[in-house]
Design a protein around this ligand. Structure first.
Ligand code: CP
Length: 300
């Protein structure tokens, strides 16, 4: 039987996404289980991570499984010139599922072609981060009580922000109005814009978050992905793409701020203790959603 991979959020149907979110809600109420006893997760992170790596590993352990991991390319034989294809092909003989983060766009797709076990794309360069999208959707549903009839503003670096790429595509499955707020140089890639148009999504572009604060249900903040910038690409430090407590005057009562994290300076620390802040609960939800995802891919 061919393994089911999660490379792009578009690999899942709306029904499958809703099933995973429903399972995650059940798992959030439970302390742990033995659902994946005997299964081994290979956690392969060739790019830095805190939340994704540790929540996937904790998720597997909480479901009774085991984890083998690499968190540094220099400790693997990639350093000696082995290809990613060969590396994944070999690791797929040691584990039941692989979670892969890699700086190269398309790395997860390449890994899937080498692997006879499921690959989860935990971020491939600036391309996609589908498991983040599942926890984003779970958190939106949790804080708003629904996934339809919502207005969401995605703010920050929309060019290199892979979480926004995946989230925007997922939102097309629901009746969600999208607002994209970014510096012109860091706007949403045309490939995503074209897909949203084809799917009939209602969206618009803006140059300041403040003009939207009174309108939207969710502010999805992102940091500038400076590590991916080309030389001299974008230098300005611009308050139009960050949010302060004062900037939230006039916000809807139900407004919640999400952020995939890490945060740099785009969300004022003073917001953390207000009911608007949902980003730490969102990060915690990563654990339950990733438990549900592992169970879905390994047990169906
Ligand atoms: N949101 C996210 O991917 O965080 P990490 O880079 O810490 O995994």
């Amino acid at each position: 039987m061919q393994a089911q991979h999660l490379i792009s959020i578009s690999d899942l149907t709306k029904e499958e996404i809703l099933l995973i979110l429903k399972k995650a809600a059940v798992l959030k109420k439970k302390s742990s289980s033995q659902l994946l006893q005997g299964s081994i997760l290979a956690s392969c992170f060739f790019d830095p991570s805190t939340r994704t790596r540790l929540s996937f590993e904790a998720a597997m352990l909480r479901l009774g499984g085991s984890v083998i991991s690499v968190s540094d390319k220099s400790s693997t034989s990639l350093q000696k010139g082995e290809s990613l294809y060969d590396t994944i092909r070999v690791i797929s003989g040691y584990a039941d599922i692989i979670v892969l983060r890699h700086p190269m766009e398309g790395a997860a797709r390449l890994a899937a072609s080498a692997s006879c076990i499921p690959i989860i794309n935990a971020g491939d360069g600036a391309n996609q981060h589908p498991s983040q999208t599942l926890l984003d959707l779970f958190s939106i549903q949790e804080c708003q009580g629904r996934l339809d009839e919502l207005k969401i503003a995605c703010v920050g670096d929309l060019k290199y922000g892979r979480t926004v790429h995946s989230l925007a595509l997922a939102c097309s499955l629901f009746n969600i109005r999208l607002y994209f707020v970014s510096p012109e140089q860091l706007s949403l890639p045309d490939a995503i814009v074209q897909q949203l148009k084809m799917r009939g999504v209602n969206f618009s572009f803006h140059s300041s978050v403040e003009e939207l604060v009174g309108k939207v249900d969710v502010l999805y903040m992102t940091r500038l992905q400076k590590e991916r910038f080309e030389e001299g690409e974008y230098k300005a430090k611009d308050g139009r793409f960050s949010i302060t407590l004062r900037g939230l005057q006039g916000a809807k009562k139900n407004l919640r701020i999400l952020h995939p994290l890490p945060r740099v300076d785009e969300v004022d620390l003073l917001i953390d203790t207000t009911p608007f802040a949902y980003y730490f609960e969102q990060a915690k939800n990563g654990l339950f959603v990733r438990e549900a995802l592992l169970a879905f891919l390994l047990k169906g």
